[in-house]
Design a protein around this ligand. Structure first.
Ligand code: HEC
Ligand code: HEC
Ligand code: HEC
Length: 269
C-alpha cells in the first residue's frame, strides 16, 4: 500500500538522479544505453581496419565505471531511503525541534518520562508515540509528509524559521499539510492500525463508569484526548467531576492539560 508506492517513488527518483549525475560527470558521454548495441553493430563493419578490441573495450570500461557509479548511487539512495524511514533520521539534522519528539518515542516502557515540552509524565504509555514505538509503528507511519513539506522543513531548519517549541498540530492539520483529507478516524481507524469502528471502541471501554468512547455528546476527534507526544487528556473532566476518578495512569485532567498547553505557548518564540 503506502509503503509500496513510497519505495516505488524512491526507486524512480534514484535512477533519475543516477542518470543526471552520471551525465554531469560525463560518464554517459557515449550513446545512450538503449541505442548502444545498435550503434556498435552499425559501426563494426564500416571500420574494418580498426583493431576490433580497442573501441568496445574502452567503451565497456566506461560502461563498467558508469555501472558501478550507478550501483553506488542506487545503494546510497536506497540506504538514505531506509534511513529516512527510521525515527533517528528525524533528529539527525533537525536536533533542536525534533529531539524531544524522538525522546517521547523512545521513552523507556512502563515508567515515568518527559513530554515534548519538558513536563514530567508519570506513565509513558499516556503519550501515544511510546506504545506505538513498542508496537513497531514508525514516525512516518503516522506522519506521511509530502515532498513539499519535507523540502519546507529542510528550508526552515537551515533558516531557523520555525516556532520553538513547535506549534502543536491536530491530526486534521497533519493530514491537510501532507495534501490529504480526513480526520482522526482516517488516521487511526485504518486497516493495519486500529481496524475497528467507533462503536467497537465504545465496547472496549464499556467498563469505565463514564465511557470516554460513548460519544454521548457527538463524535469527538481521537486527538482531543489521545496526545502523541505529551500526556493524554480525559476531556470529559472539563465538566464531569466524577470522571477525575477514572483518569488512566499518566493521563491528566482537562484543567492540567490547559495549564501545560498555555505554559508551552508562553515560552514559544
Ligand atoms: C502514533 C502515531 C505517531 C507516531 C508514531 C509519531 N507521531 Fe508525531 N504526532 C502524532 C500526532 C497525532 C500529532 C499531533 C499532535 C498530537 O495529537 O499529539 C503529532 C505531532 C508531531 C509533530 C508536530 C508538532 C506537535 O507538537 O504537534 C512533530 C514534529 C512530530 N509529531 C514528530 C514526530 C517524530 C519525530 C516521531 C518519531 C520519533 C513521531 N512524531 C512519531 C502522531 C505520531
Ligand atoms: C474523551 C476522550 C477520548 C477520545 C475522544 C478517544 N479516546 Fe480512546 N481512550 C480514552 C481513554 C480514557 C482510554 C483508556 C486508556 C487506558 O486505560 O489507558 C482509551 C482507550 C483507547 C484504546 C485502548 C482500548 C482498550 O482498552 O483496548 C484505543 C484503541 C483507543 N482508545 C482508540 C481511540 C480512537 C481510535 C479514538 C478516536 C476514534 C479515541 N480512542 C478517542 C479516551 C478517549
Ligand atoms: C462542556 C461540558 C461537557 C463535557 C466536556 C462533557 N460533558 Fe457530558 N454532559 C454535560 C452536561 C451539561 C450534561 C447534562 C445535560 C445533558 O444530559 O446533556 C452531560 C451529560 C452526560 C451524560 C448523561 C448522563 C449524565 O451523567 O448526566 C453522559 C453519559 C456524559 N455526559 C458523558 C460524557 C463523556 C463520556 C464525556 C467525555 C467524552 C463528556 N460527557 C464530556 C457536559 C459535558
Amino acid at each position: 500500500m503506502a509503503d509500496a508506492s513510497k519505495s516505488g517513488k524512491s526507486v524512480k527518483a534514484t535512477s533519475a538522479s543516477a542518470q543526471t549525475l552520471s551525465k554531469a560527470v560525463g560518464l554517459a558521454a557515449g550513446p545512450q544505453p538503449a541505442t548502444e548495441p545498435a550503434a556498435q553493430l552499425a559501426s563494426a563493419p564500416a571500420i574494418p581496419a580498426q583493431p576490433p578490441s580497442a573501441k568496445p573495450k574502452r567503451r565497456s570500461r566506461k560502461g563498467v565505471i558508469a555501472g558501478v557509479v550507478a550501483a553506488v548511487i542506487v545503494v546510497v539512495g536506497c540506504g538514505m531511503w531506509v534511513w529516512h524511514e527510521q525515527p533517528g533520521f528525524c533528529n539527525a539534522f533537525c536536533h533542536t525541534p525534533m529531539d524531544p519528539y524522538v525522546e517521547t518515542y523512545y521513552a523507556q516502557a512502563d515508567g515515568a518520562a518527559t513530554d515534548k515540552w519538558g513536563n514530567a509524565v508519570t506513565q509513558v504509555d499516556a503519550m501515544m508515540a511510546a506504545p506505538h514505538a513498542q508496537a513497531g509503528v514508525t514516525c512516518l507511519d503516522c506522519h506521511i509528509p509530502s515532498l513539499e513539506q519535507q523540502v519546507g522543513e529542510v528550508r526552515e531548519e537551515i533558516t531557523g524559521g520555525y516556532d520553538y517549541p513547535l506549534q502543536e498540530q491536530t491530526i486534521k492539520a497533519l493530514l491537510q499539510d501532507s495534501g490529504r483529507t480526513g480526520n482522526s478516524d482516517t488516521m487511526c481507524l485504518a486497516s493495519g492500525c486500529h481496524d475497528v469502528t467507533r462503536s467497537d471502541l465504545t465496547g472496549l471501554t464499556a467498563d469505565m463508569p463514564r465511557n470516554p468512547h460513548s460519544w454521548q455528546h457527538g463524535e469527538i476527534e481521537c486527538d482531543t484526548c489521545h496526545k502523541s507526544h505529551r500526556a493524554s487528556v480525559l476531556q470529559c473532566t472539563q465538566c464531569h467531576e466524577d470522571a477525575e476518578s477514572e483518569l488512566p495512569s499518566g493521563w491528566v485532567d482537562w484543567t492540567e492539560a490547559q495549564r501545560i498547553r498555555i505554559t508551552a505557548d508562553e515560552t514559544a518564540r
